[in-house]
Design a protein around this ligand. Structure first.
Ligand code: ZN
Length: 426
């Protein structure tokens, strides 16, 4: 097996259109900036910056990147075209680290064209970049799914940036499988994991596994240290000590904290307790009423702080699907009354969107809008090692931006690389 082209120095998932030394594949992220030079200015907005909100601010975009930020009054020449925000928020675009579907398409479909529909469906909900999560399945199906993700990531979606793949399963604990079909769950095996990395052609970004399974530590070491990818603890029955050992070995992320793991108990804190007590780990939250009580999210926020909470959707194909039904892997999912479930009534991922997660964080958990936005943009960008280009409104970064109504946080416009990819009809 030739793993040389997956060496850590190989850039993974190039997300801008500047060629780099040693880069394989086309130097493009497929965003509109790859083909069109986008210049635009935003005036009179409430600009959500990394550390504050700039009132009556302006942002100037040149060639798809943020070129200037300041008070609108200090703009000498009014650039054209310009959008008068009229006091609405200008927010960084959201980065959904972990989702499975949208627009009726499941991430395991193995077809780049269909995956494009999936990715672009989420633009309406504020997502400008995303990682597609896989589901436990026969090995060759996972290979096909990863290859399709790689193909679309290289080719580009024409809108929301596909950043790569999030391997969720098959190396998980069958006792905590959630929607993963137990017959396809495997004991951790390095050769198999390496075959997944090869199928993803350098676009594998996150590997989530159960650290208590045999040989899991070897895989964590390979992912975190040899590949320098993001290793995560998830779908696990790990004890507190096993989780702490996994964090010590290189895991930096907890997959959907509290869901599909043993709960916190004061004598037996388990994975949830180890995560809350950790000084460095980040944790994903699925912030909808089916997955998490707002108080649990508040506890996580108090323990970890806003720089270690990642809002994800874990969305399935029912999001933005016209029929309200879809697939998760091979199983049919029905969307009813805000719940995505299998026909037997079990939860099947979520029907959450990024803007709804942000809204819930503000309304139910009680955080400031800028904090909610940070947990949906800058924190995932940092985890993925791309915060130099994405994740906040800062000079030099890609102009992946949202115009939000401050009253209800509704998404009015979505921009990727300065090009508008979504406009609300309201
Ligand atoms: Zn998932």
């Amino acid at each position: 097996m030739d793993l040389t082209r997956l060496s850590p120095r190989t850039p993974r998932g190039p997300i801008d259109n500047r060629p780099r030394a040693g880069q394989h594949g086309p130097a493009t992220d497929g965003s509109p900036t790859s083909r069109v030079t986008m210049d635009i200015a935003f005036l009179h907005g409430r600009i959500i910056l990394e550390d504050r909100i700039l009132e009556d601010g302006a942002v100037v975009v040149q060639q798809g990147a943020i070129a200037w930020i300041g008070p609108t009054l200090e703009l000498r020449a009014r650039p054209e075209p310009a959008v008068d925000l009229g006091g609405f928020y200008l927010s960084p675009g959201f980065i959904d680290l972990h989702l499975h579907g949208g627009g009726g398409v499941d991430s395991m479909v193995g077809d780049p064209e269909a995956l494009k529909t999936l990715c672009r469906t989420h633009e309406a909900f504020g997502t400008t970049a995303l990682c597609l999560a896989t589901l436990s399945a026969p090995i060759d199906e996972i290979h096909r799914a990863l290859t399709a993700i790689q193909q679309l990531a290289v080719q580009g979606t024409g809108g929301a940036r596909l950043l790569g793949a999030y391997l969720e399963g098959p190396f998980i604990n069958p006792a905590r499988c959630g929607p993963h079909p137990t017959e396809h769950i495997l004991e951790p095996d390095l050769r198999t994991l390496q075959s997944f990395a090869l199928a993803a052609g350098g676009w594998l970004r996150v590997v989530s596994l159960a650290p208590e399974m045999p040989d899991a530590e070897q895989l964590i070491h390979w992912v975190a240290h040899e590949m320098q990818l993001l290793a995560a603890v998830g779908h696990t029955s790990a004890t507190c000590e096993q989780t702490e050992a996994a964090l010590q070995s290189g895991c930096r992320l907890i997959t959907h904290l509290f869901n599909n793991m043993m709960p916190f108990h004061h004598r037996d804190p388990n994975a949830a307790g180890a995560a809350l007590a950790s000084r460095e780990a980040c944790a994903e939250l699925i912030l909808d009423p089916n997955h998490l009580h707002p108080a649990a999210a508040r506890i996580a926020l108090r323990c970890l702080g806003p720089d270690r909470i990642v809002l994800i959707t874990d969305a399935t194909s029912v999001v933005g699907a016209p029929e309200g039904t879809g697939l998760l892997g091979k199983r049919r999912v029905i969307y009813q009354d805000g719940v995505a479930q299998f026909e037997d009534g079990h939860l099947a991922g979520s029907a959450l969107t990024m803007i709804d997660a942000v809204r819930a964080f503000i309304a139910q958990v009680g955080v400031e809008p800028a904090v909610a936005v940070r947990c949906a943009s800058l924190v995932p960008a940092r985890l993925l090692g791309i915060a130099d280009r994405l994740g906040s409104i800062a000079v030099g970064k890609h102009a992946d931006l949202l115009v939000l109504d401050p009253d209800d946080m509704r998404v009015l416009y979505t921009y990727v690389g300065g090009a508008r990819v979504y406009k609300s009809s309201y």
